[in-house]
Write a protein of this length. Structure first.
Length: 512
């Protein structure tokens, strides 16, 4: 990178901070900080949902998969995500919006206290926070790895720089800052991705390379499933991603909660699904063609895209692509920080402290910002250890840890909103959660040489089966729980003032 590239990068950081400062004016209480007060346009919510769904891991871990195996990187990753979000648009997006508009909650997990009980809410909240610390730590490590390739700075210095910049704008501006920066980041990534695609096509002989390049690449590059990424893996990943991207990862749920109505939430999910169908293919093509242009130096080829960028792009465009790397990671990490802060402020802190249950709007907002900073700090600390024996490497964390743990956390949360599972109560929720976590430990650490698809599907499958069976064997539906489900499942999209109190949902910051 030269001075022009650095100018582009520094300018980008400056714009992100400026958006955060501007968004500060739109945040009056925790409802604004965590759900944008329910005033976010559906198209902004959809773009934000898309951008907050992936990070620089795409340009490191998944770039390595694309370099080594070809189009399976798209078929077994972004394609099932698009299908999963499309399914979630029908099943979950509208119901997640009604958590805010009908029940008056500001955190995705806030309704669990009435749907199940306090221990269930706390189990899911604590385990989810710990998972997100590790998950976001992997994302910081990924972007720091790319930064070290381009600038030569150390991994820890890269983690510190990106974490501090992200911390400024997401702490000051809340979900509004997240969504608006993600919109800007989407535009930047659009420009950077198209520039990279055009450059690679020019290097390979023009637009005809889109269909002629496959004859020059290894045979398996054109196979939809290859290596460890088999059809079974694809189906398992679709199963996982349907829950994860439909709200099981709380930052995704917040985007649906932030829209004005359930109908807008469904439109938001539809837009995100469409983007997942199309945009990753544009980003992946240069990675698929990379073996013809560069030789990866790392065993997992995670440096392939960075080497390709350095070789092909002129200064200025190189800086724009580096900004694109940052944009994805900062989008995901800032949205996760906001979601975790919501869960801590609204779910965990009130259970630990009577004073937290009586926070004023101002005190609650201060707590939200402080917990955002604390989460970012912890995840950055984890990032420095992501290549340790406990975590193995970045892609291992992203695929096995996240895919393995999101199921036990999301099954009681998402399925608990559906009338079909009204009989599944606290026993089913806690039993499925505990069994899913045990299945994760057993397949990842207790047993040796377990196939990848078994590792990622076992926890969520175990949780799903137990959640359904325990609900049938020991039904725990009550009139109060049925009343909560009735409000979530009603087709009327009206906000309904005072919904939180009407449904018996606690929370000092419920917006009425």
């Amino acid at each position: 990178m030269d001075s022009l590239d650095w100018a582009v990068l520094i300018g980008y950081f400056g714009v992100m901070v400026a958006i955060g400062v501007w968004s500060h004016k739109r945040v009056d209480d925790v409802g604004d900080f965590f759900t944008a007060g329910g005033r976010m346009p559906w198209w902004l919510s959809g773009i934000s949902h898309h951008m907050s769904g992936y990070s620089a891991v795409m340009f490191t871990g998944y770039a390595g998969i694309a370099y080594q195996y070809g189009i399976t990187s798209y078929v077994t990753w972004s394609f099932p995500i698009a299908i999963g979000i499309a399914i979630g648009a029908r099943l979950f997006a509208g119901r997640l919006n009604r958590l805010r508009s009908r029940l008056g909650v500001a955190s995705p997990l806030e309704y669990l206290k009435s749907r199940y009980n306090l221990p269930t809410q706390q189990a899911l909240a604590w385990s989810g926070v710990l998972l997100k610390i590790v998950d976001v730590g992997a994302k910081w490590a990924a972007i720091a790895t790319l930064l070290s390739v381009f600038t030569g700075i150390s991994l820890n210095q890269g983690i510190l720089i990106t974490g501090l910049i992200t911390g400024v704008y997401c702490t000051v501006g809340g979900l509004w800052a997240d969504a608006l920066t993600e919109l800007g980041q989407f535009v930047i990534q659009l420009l950077a991705g198209v520039a990279m695609l055009a450059t690679v096509l020019g290097e390979l002989g023009g637009i005809s390379a889109l269909w002629t390049v496959w004859d020059k690449l290894p045979d398996h590059h054109a196979r939809p499933t290859v290596g460890p990424y088999t059809l079974t893996f694809l189906l398992a990943y679709l199963f996982i991603k349907t829950f994860e991207y439909s709200g099981g990862m709380w930052n995704q749920a917040q985007r649906f909660m932030a829209t004005g109505s359930a109908r807008e939430a469904r439109r938001s999910a539809g837009l995100s699904a469409a983007l997942w169908f199309v945009w990753p293919a544009v980003l992946f093509f240069p990675m698929w063609a990379a073996p013809l242009l560069v030789t990866a130096e790392k065993p997992d080829a995670s440096d392939a895209y960075a080497l390709l960028t350095e070789r092909l792009l002129p200064h200025g465009l190189l800086g724009l692509v580096v900004v694109g790397f940052f944009s994805h990671t900062m989008a995901m990490c800032s949205s996760d920080a906001n979601a975790v802060a919501a869960v801590f402020t609204r779910d965990i802190a009130p259970a630990l402290s009577a004073r937290a249950r009586d926070w004023s709007h101002r005190s609650g907002l201060l707590a939200a910002r402080l917990s955002t900073v604390a989460f970012l700090g912890l995840s950055m600390a984890i990032a420095t250890q992501v290549d340790s024996p406990a975590f193995k490497d970045i892609i291992t964390v992203v695929i096995t840890w996240v895919a393995g743990l999101v199921g036990p956390i999301s099954i009681p949360f998402l399925l608990g909103m559906l009338r079909a599972f009204r009989r599944s109560g606290p026993t089913a929720a806690l039993g499925s959660w505990a069994a899913g976590l045990f299945a994760f430990w057993l397949t990842d650490y207790g047993l040796g040489d377990v196939r990848l698809q078994i590792q990622i599907v076992s926890p969520v499958a175990t949780s799903l089966v137990l959640y359904v069976l325990l609900g049938l064997v020991r039904p725990e539906d009550t009139a109060e729980r049925d009343a909560v489900l009735a409000r979530i499942n009603s087709d009327d999209d009206g906000d309904g003032a005072g919904a939180g109190a009407a449904a018996g949902i606690p929370g000092p910051y419920a917006r009425g």
